[in-house]
Ligand binder design. Structure first.
Ligand code: APR
Ligand code: PHB
Length: 390
């Protein structure tokens, strides 16, 4: 087989890149090692920056988002009995975010790929990348007991943190930066009405808590927990009781509890691998970087990578210009590091750090009190939350 761009990974990054390139007449073959059902079974955050909303609409994938998504113009932060509304739209000249689950985004992308007869190969096992430093790379994969070979011009590594693409860049050429946080998030999905119309981020001496949602009848809650927590020790009742202790009193009173339809613990890390390119291989999304979910930047950062990478590939094929491809890594990393900074700062601000006893706790409290009292500080937070320019 031969194509112009092989895309490894059928998550949001790979699917969005495939859709955008297909619309511009560029051939792709997407190789996903899992089944579509497995990919769609993942529960992920869903706060979309305007940039991603625009990209989905521009790629003919925005219709369901526009009917089912919830436009949010702000969110609340609470700490030590205080609660502050961050009015995103007022602070950012009218910008907002769209609350729409990543699972729904992925479903919409799969539907769009099917509608356009996009080549998406599931259960493609043991993908391997070859001749990346030549102008004729190729990829092999196994399916139905056979090994298949795909010749191509470029390989887009959209295969997430555990994928093969980043590992295909020789160790001595890669610089990795990582911070692992000493706690996790215990998340619950419940078919209950959200406790509030907007999200509430809670800094509490018992640990962080977040009240979020997927729609008016599907709520998503998180509490900070130890990394070695045993999920079996967390009944629904225990979760709800702990959540109530960490959120504002009026919210705790209004909280509608119900059976969890999903419950899981996720670790938190900050991670960046540089550079994003190796010959004809280009990394995008979680294959290149991981952010703690506190700032809801994972999906949005994948989107800006795909914005830069798709523009670069389109420029190459339409104008025979390699300039944007050569600049991709440096360009994308500038925005990646700013989102890395924001996600790290939100995580440091809102979570309980055992080593913070005393001075550190007071610094956190003072930081929050300053934020609550300063329009300038709120503006800085708001412009990062709605998404810095591409
Ligand atoms: N071969 C083929 N596919 C692979 C391989 C491989 N060797 N390794 C991983 N994959 C697939 C995974 O099964 C997954 O479906 O690549 C896909 C990567 O998708 P994501 O991990 O979702 O990464 P990305 O598409 O960049 O989306 C980033 O997803 O994980 C969240 O928080 C993250 O919101 C962010 C978003
Ligand atoms: C979520 O709804 O899963 C969510 C929302 C906002 C975040 C993190 C997670 O910052």
């Amino acid at each position: 087989m031969r194509t112009q761009v092989v895309i490894v990974g059928g998550g949001p990054s790979g699917l969005l890149l495939s859709q955008i390139l297909h619309l511009r007449g560029i051939e792709t073959i997407l190789l996903e090692r899992q089944s579509e059902a497995y990919v769609l079974g993942r529960i992920r955050a869903g706060v979309l920056e305007q940039g991603l909303v625009d990209m989905l609409r521009g790629a003919d994938v925005g219709a369901r988002m526009d009917t089912q998504g919830l436009v949010h113009h702000g969110f609340d932060i609470s700490h030590h009995g205080q609660r502050q509304h961050i009015n995103l739209s007022e602070l950012t000249d009218g910008k907002s975010v769209m609350v729409y689950g990543q699972t729904e985004v992925t479903q919409d992308l799969y539907d769009a790929r099917r509608k356009m007869n996009g080549v998406v190969i599931h259960e493609a096992k043991n993908v391997a990348l070859f001749d990346l430093t030549t102008n004729q790379p190729h990829v092999t994969y196994e399916k139905d007991g056979k090994t298949h070979k795909v010749d191509c011009d470029f390989v887009a590594g959209c295969d997430g943190f555990h994928g093969v693409s980043r590992q295909s860049i020789p160790d001595h050429l890669r610089r990795e930066y990582e911070k692992v946080y000493p706690f996790g998030w215990l998340g619950v999905l419940s078919e209950t009405p959200p406790v509030s119309d907007e999200l509430i981020y809670n800094q509490h001496e018992r640990g962080f808590a977040l009240c979020s949602m997927r729609n008016k009848n599907l709520s998503r809650y998180y509490i900070q927990c130890d990394l070695n927590e045993d999920l079996n020790e967390w009944s629904d009742d225990r979760f709800w009781e702990e959540l109530k202790k960490r959120i504002p009193e009026d919210a705790a009173k209004n909280l509608v509890t119900g059976p969890s339809i999903e419950k899981s613990i996720a670790p938190l890390r900050s991670f960046v691998s540089e550079p994003l390119t190796y010959g004809r291989l280009f990394l995008a999304g979680d294959a290149a970087h991981i952010v703690p979910p506190t700032g809801a930047k994972g999906l949005n950062l994948a989107a800006s990578d795909i914005h830069y990478l798709s523009n670069a590939l389109i420029s190459f094929y339409n104008s025979d210009n390699e300039g944007l491809l050569n600049a991709y890594s440096e360009t994308a990393l500038k925005r990646i590091w700013k989102a890395m900074r924001f996600s790290w700062s939100m995580t440091m601000l809102l979570h309980k750090f055992p080593e913070n006893e005393g001075f550190g706790d007071r610094m956190q409290k003072t930081e929050l009190e300053y934020l609550f009292s300063s329009t300038a500080a709120q503006t800085a937070l708001a412009e990062n939350y709605v998404g810095l320019p591409y």
